[in-house]
Design a protein around this ligand. Sequence first.
Ligand code: NAP
Length: 260
Amino acid sequence: MTEIAERIGFVGTGTITKAIVKGLLSDHVGASEIIVSPRNADIAADLAAAHPQVTIADDNQTVVDRADIVFLAVRPQIAAEVIPLLKFRSGQLVISLIAATERARLLDWIGADVELAQAIPLPFVENREGVTAIFPRNARVADLFNRLGVAVECETRKEYDLLAAASSTMALYFGLMGRTVDWLESQGLPQASGRAYLSAHFQSLAKVAATRQDEPLHALAREYATKGGLNEQVWMDFDEHGGTGALIEAFERVLLRITK
Ligand SMILES: NC(=O)c1ccc[n+]([C@@H]2O[C@H](COP(=O)([O-])OP(=O)(O)OC[C@H]3O[C@@H](n4cnc5c(N)ncnc54)[C@H](OP(=O)(O)O)[C@@H]3O)[C@@H](O)[C@H]2O)c1
């Protein structure tokens, strides 16, 4: 894989910037120059100490001035204060990671004729295993995120917003596993045993869902539930006692937040 020659800048050096920079600077990818903004000071210092390709800019404007590709990676509340103060170059590629902030508002803050893409990288990009939704289609942005896993280019904003809703299932996944392990422990199974069992179990299930793409998930649910058996019972209890309702309501509320 050829090294990325363009200079890549980050406004906001937090959790997701750290994951992207680590992924970009792994042996398999390689980027020639990365410029990060000074906040968070500890993360910026750690990245610069670990990687000679990383320099810490004096301020956010210096990041924009020196970079060919600028990532906007501050929280939404901070973005409204920070981005309108920055001067971007016409034609500069800007990739916004800012959640729940629509394109028109971003362009208004940026105030220049940039090439703007939005993306939802997840922490797994650090290990080059992240699936990243992108909107609109953009070959340079897709190439970058394909190096860090798989880029999914959305045709419409609706598709992008729905993948944003789908990406909000990470805490749900660990929470479901955590509640199950807690219950197993309350019944006498040591935490470590419950966790090791469930981690392997869920990994096998994820593999089936990924490899048997042509089969409807509800058909897999039926296949993995013996008629009148334990799996069928747990699914029916979940579905009939409010589990599905709570899930749908949560997604509807999160979609409202994303699209507001
Ligand atoms: N984490 C994820 O998995 C993820 C995934 C996709 C998208 N996103 C989006 O990416 C953005 C960043 O998320 P995050 O999880 O990385 O948040 P985060 O860890 O809070 O990072 C944001 C960073 O911005 C810094 N900051 C604060 N004020 C600043 C300013 N005036 N100028 C420049 N930087 C400033 C903060 O520094 P201090 O610590 O010094 O305050 C902080 O380190 C958010 O909009 C989020 O929606 C996150």
